[in-house]
Design a protein around this ligand. Structure first.
Ligand code: ZN
Length: 377
């Protein structure tokens, strides 16, 4: 259940009630592809860096360790010892981006595993069964993520099929939630809006899926090659056609700048691999823009990454030390930077929530964007 607490322009401040606790929105979901954040972060770390929702990937967990194994061990929450909300994606994005020799039919998709090449079939029912075995808090409907640019004719056919797949996803999750041996019988379902960069197709699709009364709605297939301006234009056109009293989730986005722009356009759920990936490569976020700790100028810098940051890394460690760890290829280097970066994103979301509540989001956004420019991007 989503409770809209306050709006500031189109920006929404809400609370999303789930079987695993309340999510304060806008929220950034921390990506743990294989049930762990890449960069050696533990569940205890996630608690320290204000993570509200962990996101895991259905496709990856289906291959390794296998969703049946996770089910036998009591589901993802028990497996990774995390009792707060978990969102699992549908596997669709990985099927379309990682695998080869795929064939799309009305039933679903045939593809080869990126690990051992074995042939796999996944359709809406399979995706829902896997996510039900994983027992995540929120399951995502199975859809086709269309690459951009795409032919209008193809997009129309694909979106129509994604709508039929959504109806099948919903029927299957309803069935699974009523089975005796299902771990999370209150698993929630988000539908996904598609339509590449054709606003009219996306709007039509948004209207159709809104009528299906799902727990939340995602906008998929963006941040896959179009410009930022194009993405913002699509959000401006489409978000008003998604229910305001449900969460709106922009999948796979993005940079702090992208998040601020999308919040302004009514989006309140985000996820992205960027903070963890950048952290593993010595790129850290600060309120004055991004820094690369490999830079020689930090060799003797005995100050933290960000003087104003309250993360476990900045409480103790200096840029010079972390730079040395990267040079020496010590794992701790990645861990410290990933922790700082995720804390930075989670803290920014907290500030965004406060700004919406105080009715000062526009001023907050302007000041934040100005600050990011200080060190260049
Ligand atoms: Zn920090």
């Amino acid at each position: 259940m989503y409770k809209l607490l306050k709006t500031c322009g189109r920006a929404k401040r809400g609370e999303f009630h789930t079987p695993h606790g309340v999510i304060q929105t806008p929220v950034f979901m921390n990506v743990g592809t294989l049930a762990a954040i890449k960069g050696a972060l533990s569940t205890e770390d996630l608690e320290k860096i204000k993570c509200q929702v962990e996101l895991s990937n259905t496709y990856h967990l289906h291959l390794r360790p296998g969703d049946e194994v996770v089910k036998k061990l009591g589901g993802l929450h028990k497996f990774m010892v995390w009792d707060k909300p978990i969102l699992t994606d549908s596997g669709g994005f990985q099927v379309f981006s990682l695998t080869s020799l795929r064939k799309i039919t009305e039933e679903g998709v045939y593809f080869n595993s990126h690990i051992d090449g074995r042939k796999i079939f996944m359709g809406p029912e399979e995706s829902m069964r896997i996510q039900s075995n994983l027992a995540s808090t929120i399951a995502m409907a199975f859809d086709e993520c269309i690459g951009i640019p795409a032919e209008r004719n193809y997009v129309e056919q694909s979106v129509a099929r994604t709508t039929r797949w959504l109806a099948r996803s919903k029927a299957e999750i309803d069935r699974l939630n009523n089975l005796d041996d299902t771990i999370n019988k209150k698993q929630m379902l988000f539908g996904i809006n598609q339509g590449a960069t054709y606003a009219d197709i996306r709007i039509e699709h948004a209207k159709v899926i809104s009528d299906m009364d799902l727990d939340g709605y995602a906008i998929g297939g963006l941040a896959v090659g179009e410009t930022h301006e194009e993405m913002y234009r699509i959000l401006e056109e489409v978000v008003p056609y998604l229910p305001q009293n449900k969460p709106t989730y922009l999948m796979g986005v993005g940079t702090p700048e992208n998040i601020l722009e999308a919040v302004e356009r009514g989006v309140d759920f985000f996820d992205c691999v960027l903070p963890a990936r950048n952290g593993r490569h010595a790129n850290v976020y600060t309120n004055k823009g991004k820094l690369n700790l490999m830079n020689a100028k930090y060799e003797l810098d005995d100050t933290p990454i960000d003087e104003t940051c309250t993360c476990p890394t900045c409480q103790r460690y200096t840029k010079a030390y972390i730079r040395h760890l990267f040079k020496a290829k010590e794992m701790l280097a990645m861990r410290l930077c990933v922790m700082h970066n995720l804390h930075f994103f989670n803290t920014m979301m907290e500030e965004i929530r406060d700004a919406i509540e105080n009715g000062t989001f526009a001023e907050y956004k302007k000041a934040k964007l100005e600050g990011f420019k200080e060190n260049g991007k």
